[in-house]
Design a protein around this ligand. Structure first.
Ligand code: T3D
Length: 259
């Protein structure tokens, strides 16, 4: 396994995972998928409080490595199997991750990589980044959860507009449409990302886990089920050390120090 295809760095409680094939715009090949899973394992084992996913060089990532796809084309490829082996486990893992995830997008995020960025809990983009549902240009349909996440975020018309034309949108447009958390000037992206990561990492971990679980559940649940889930999770949080600290900090007019 080429373990340099994903770089791993733990700073305080923030794990930074960098897709690292800059000469190929960080296109995702088999080695990179495996390295990404290993890096996610490592971040969890290291007790990271937030995982940042970014790209080296001038792009976040250009999606599936099309050279690898072309080589596979020589045999009898089943793209469904490729999704089942690599992309679907990754998207499911991001959805269920015990650690919050932050995608940081500069340059281009194309194809499956755009949808991986959107599968993270938060997606922070450079204003001039390009989010590109590139699939139609090679006669495929969006995958990596794009047909699920994009219409939920922006509605059917805009989702199908992006998918049917393959026209990229800028980070600024993506933020205006509600597809991503925020767009910031490219020269501030790194600093904003690390500041946001630090805020999440120093937040109340159990409450953050509960929020993420409840919001994910809302995507397939009813109001009744959601109210029950809020009751159960809040019941647990009300007994937590962090809640006591939050109340004391309020009374003492100081910033809370969560565990
Ligand atoms: O097969 C399966 O497993 C099914 C799953 C599919 C999931 C998918 O993600 S499908 C969508 C795949 N991605 C694309 O179709 C995007 C392909 N890339 C582009 O359209 C363009 O590169 C971009 C619009 C993203 C950026 O354009 P530009 O002009 O800024 O850069 P460039 O010159 O095209 O690319 C720079 C280099 O990266 C170049 O290599 P070279 O010529 O300098 O050696 C280019 O070939 C390489 N590159 C870019 N994207 C890919 C890639 N190499 C392999 N795979 C890529 N996806």
């Amino acid at each position: 396994m080429d373990d340099m295809t994903v770089l791993y760095d733990l700073k305080d409680r923030t794990a930074v995972l960098t897709l690292n094939r800059p000469d190929k715009l960080n296109a995702l090949n088999k080695a990179m998928h495996e390295a990404l899973q290993t890096a996610l394992d490592r971040a969890e084992a290291d007790g990271a409080r937030v995982i940042v996913l970014r790209g080296a060089g001038r792009a976040f990532s250009a999606g599936q490595d099309l050279d690898e796809a072309l080589a596979m084309q020589q045999g009898a490829p089943d793209l469904g199997l490729a999704l089942e082996r690599h992309y679907n486990p990754l998207i499911r893992r991001l959805a269920d991750s015990p650690v919050p995830t932050l995608a940081v997008v500069h340059g281009v995020a194309a194809g499956a990589s755009a949808n991986i960025a959107l599968a993270c809990d938060l997606t922070l983009v450079a204003e001039d980044a390009r989010l590109d549902q590139a699939f139609v240009r090679i006669a495929l349909m969006p995958d990596a959860g794009g047909t699920w996440a994009v219409p939920r975020a922006v509605g059917r018309q805009r989702a199908l507009g992006l998918m049917l034309t393959g026209d990229p949108i800028t980070g600024r447009e993506a933020a205006d449409w509600g597809l991503v958390w925020q767009a910031v000037p490219a020269d501030r992206l790194e600093a904003e990302a690390m500041g946001l990561a630090e805020r999440i990492a120093s937040g109340p971990a159990d409450a953050i886990r509960a929020m993420r679980r409840a919001v994910r559940a809302s995507e397939s649940g009813t109001l009744d089920a959601q109210l029950d889930l809020e009751r159960d999770l809040q019941s647990e949080l009300g007994r937590s050390r962090d809640f006591g600290e939050g109340l004391r900090a309020f009374a003492e007019k100081r910033a809370p120090r969560f565990g």
